[in-house]
Design a protein around this ligand. Structure first.
Ligand code: KG4
Ligand code: ZN
Length: 387
């Protein structure tokens, strides 16, 4: 079956097309397209994502990104090339107008697209319905509704957190129970995966997400957005320096010793702010040292709490997901610590471009939930949707 997936939960406009052979127990995935239009340039000057601006960008990007994906998948067929192709009747455009009432810019782009191209050979549409920024989620969902209505393709709504976990199944097998750590700009959760579709949140952040902490600390240090990669890059340069014990910066490791599996990262950002105020000469060496310490403080708590959960619940596989899981040092130190603790544990994480938001993860998750079809009229979004 061919799955078209749409993901617009934050600031990336993502479309993927996935061909799946075989059944739920032993699928074989063939990626036909995985397109992302990043809005980094738009949000960079503000140091964060502005939902209404992101919503506008999604409206502008969706049709071009979709067209690119179809072309890539060799599924883009112009109508006039096909003899006797049926035109979409005008009454259909009225309903499309209603569906996209709040997305006028998207409506303007989708109409000529639907007039020009015929229905592609796609069996299912998967779309993220939460969690995320609601104005952004709505653009993707309304796009899915419009295509479902115009072409008569069924839709399955998909959870974004579950997608960050299940993207790992593209290349890996997992043993249950598994433990998942989802660490992104919006979420930090330790989740027990009993099997695919059966989850229990063991702990989560009580305030800022780990990625948000990277981003806020990077902003204090005057680095770009997103902060995670910027901090990781500087931190990697610090390792080669000679440490001066007198100037050594030491940040707190919030909640590292508590018995629960929760996190708190807002204090870390405040500690960076205070430490930064005291420094008069904010030279590159200082920034490298601070970046390395921020990264280490975040990694220390993530690793300690997650491996505690792994041990307590006897998990066989640790699944990392979300933008922060692209952090090389975090990946390396997770493996090292698991080895030190003599845990029999497979640790898996997606390749870099699948750690951050993409629609391939939405397509894979849609496949596992292909039975949960929803009539396009009834799809809603939920910014706080839980796994
Ligand atoms: O999963 P994602 O693309 O979007 C959300 O769903 O939030 O995650 C984005 C977050 C940002 O906070 C970004 O700074 C962080 O992931 N990030 C990283 C790295 N790459 C992205 N954090 C640490 N190290 C990285 N290499
Ligand atoms: Zn995400």
């Amino acid at each position: 079956m061919k799955i078209l997936a749409i993901e617009t939960s934050c600031d990336d406009t993502c479309i993927a097309i996935l061909d799946v052979k075989g059944e739920i127990n032993s699928p074989s995935f063939n990626v036909l397209a995985n397109e992302v239009a990043s809005q980094i340039k738009v949000h960079q000057k503000y140091g964060g994502v502005y939902p209404m601006m992101a919503k506008r960008e999604h409206q502008r990007n969706l049709v071009p990104v979709f067209t690119r994906a179809l072309k890539q998948a060799k599924l883009l067929n112009s109508k006039f090339e096909i003899r006797n192709s049926k035109q979409i009747p005008n009454s259909k455009f009225e309903i499309l107008n209603e569906i996209l009432e709040r997305e006028p810019e998207l409506y303007k782009k989708i109409i000529p697209f639907l007039r020009k191209y015929k229905k592609p050979d796609v069996d299912l549409i998967a779309v993220t319905d939460g969690p995320g920024l609601e104005p952004c989620l709505w653009v993707g969902v309304n796009f899915a509704k419009a295509l479902s209505f115009a072409w008569g393709i069924p839709v399955v709504p998909v959870n974004h957190i579950e997608s960050h976990i299940l993207v790992n199944l593209l290349e890996n097998k997992v043993k249950f129970p598994s433990m998942a750590l989802v660490v992104s700009g919006g979420h930090t959760q330790i989740i027990l995966v009993k099997k695919i579709g059966s989850y229990k949140i063991l702990g989560e952040t009580r305030d800022d997400a780990a990625g948000e902490c990277f981003d806020k600390c990077a902003k204090i240090l005057g680095l770009g957005y997103p902060g995670g990669p910027a901090i990781a890059k500087l931190a990697s340069q610090w390792k080669s320096e000679i440490r001066n014990p007198k100037s050594e910066i030491k940040l707190p490791r919030p909640m590292i010793g508590t018995k629960d599996y929760d996190f708190s990262f807002s204090g870390l950002k405040t500690a960076v702010l205070y430490a930064d105020r005291k420094v008069t000469n904010k030279n590159l060496n200082y920034k490298k040292e601070m970046a390395a310490e921020v990264q280490q403080a975040i990694a220390d708590v993530l690793i300690k709490k997650t491996l505690k959960a792994v041990k307590d619940l006897n998990a066989k596989t640790l699944i990392l997901g979300g933008g922060v899981s692209a952090n090389n040092e975090l990946q390396k130190q997770f493996k090292l610590e698991a080895k030190n603790k003599k845990l029999k544990l497979d640790i898996i994480y997606p390749e870099r471009n699948l750690s951050t938001d993409n629609a391939l993860m939405t397509a894979i998750t849609g496949f596992y939930h292909k039975k949960n079809l929803v009539n396009w009229k009834n799809i809603k979004v939920d910014g706080n949707l839980s796994i």
